[in-house]
Design a protein around this ligand. Sequence first.
Ligand SMILES: Cc1ncc(COP(=O)(O)O)c(C=O)c1O
Length: 458
Amino acid sequence: MAISPKVKPDKALLQQLGKDNLWLGFGRDSSFFDRDASIMVSGNGCWVTDVDGNRYLDSSACLGAAILGYSHPRIIKALVDQAQIMCSNASGQPASIPTILLAHKVATLGLGEKAKLFYSLSGSGAVDTALKMARQYFKITGKASKYKTITRWGAYHGATLSGTAASGIPSRRRAFEPLSDGFIHIEPPYCYRCPWALTYPQCGIECANEFRRTVEREDPDTIACYLGELTMGAGGIIPPPPEYPRMVRQICNEHNILMIVDEVITGFGRTGTWFEWQQCGIVPDMVTTAKAITGGFVPVSAVQVRPEIADVFKGPNVFMHGYTLGSYPLGSAVGLAVIEEMEQTNLLAEVNRKSEVMMSELQRIMDSSPVVGDVRGKGLALTIELVKDRKTKAEFPDLDAVRKLVGSVGRKNGVLLAMSAYKGSFMFLTPLIINEEEIGILMKAVSAAVKEVEAKCG
Ligand SMILES: Cc1ncc(COP(=O)(O)O)c(C=O)c1O
């Protein structure tokens, strides 16, 4: 069967083959193929087109990856040019020119000229790599008792076993228990639903105090690292209070704990700086990045490591870890093109302006509907959180039904709307290239979805 964007595909056959042979991710069963917009054919800018020829604005940009949208000409050209020279090159073999140049470029944009970049192929791979580095780092430096990771409930850190153990979304953990030892979860800095029922700023940043208490209770000599996002993504777009990252950094310093910042969603400009840590008054020890490093065009991820940490891995203590295709010339050439495009179009400068436009629209939607409990976010990682009762913040008892309704109203309005896996929060992770007209289209769909939820579930 010839399938190309230029030949009208046989939808019924594709649906059947999809049902028979394709095992979809994140718990989608074969009934997924019965719904509209289940098979996509092409993408352009912020839009994707399905087998019926319907176009949809992708409001979560390929789960945050497609910062430059789909089918960007400069990136496609870089991809094709590199493909003609050399696509792949196994880790452990001689390096390639693009992998060296991208590592250097990311160093200059991130942790500094001498920072080291270790490549892998997914956010999950980057997180797993960072966790292994943290454990070995303490073996090398004579503190082998330090192996535990402190992480947060509600966070998502990947699909590997270690990522699942590090993640704090119960529905993504239970089926795989018992999970790996050594992962301790603390409450996230979720001000809207503060676990201590406190209010910022009078709260004294109790969520950071909880980190200190947990370190002391567990014994600092057993803790290797803290692993956390700054603005939490899949857990419901939760930016931390400004003091939180600095307090975490301070506690890590006091107890010789490595601070791993997971920027798989926020990295490469989503919050208005190359990395979110750059606006938080901290310098992490390691930064994981994926998705947007190649604009989602090809799978590449990486851990960036401060030189003082990376430099201890030498002689008999080398880092015996790697992925066959983890040093990927094709992906690195694409990464370089993405950065070049962002620099030449000064895209970062646009992020906060677009964010303000979206925030004020979201605020307007909240003002007009009792089922919107909160509006929050940073840069172009924004959300509204839906609640059954704004006063009590009670959640909808059947969040899955709410998610389905939102998705279907979105599609009727030409927009793919995504909600987080954790609470009733939307995931607005639009391409950074979104324009004002497209923001208008998105907000119209959100408004319609909120009205439907109010009418049918409220
Ligand atoms: C913060 C964070 N870390 C890790 C991951 C895992 O990335 P991947 O799906 O590329 O393995 C994700 C995925 O959404 C993420 O949001």
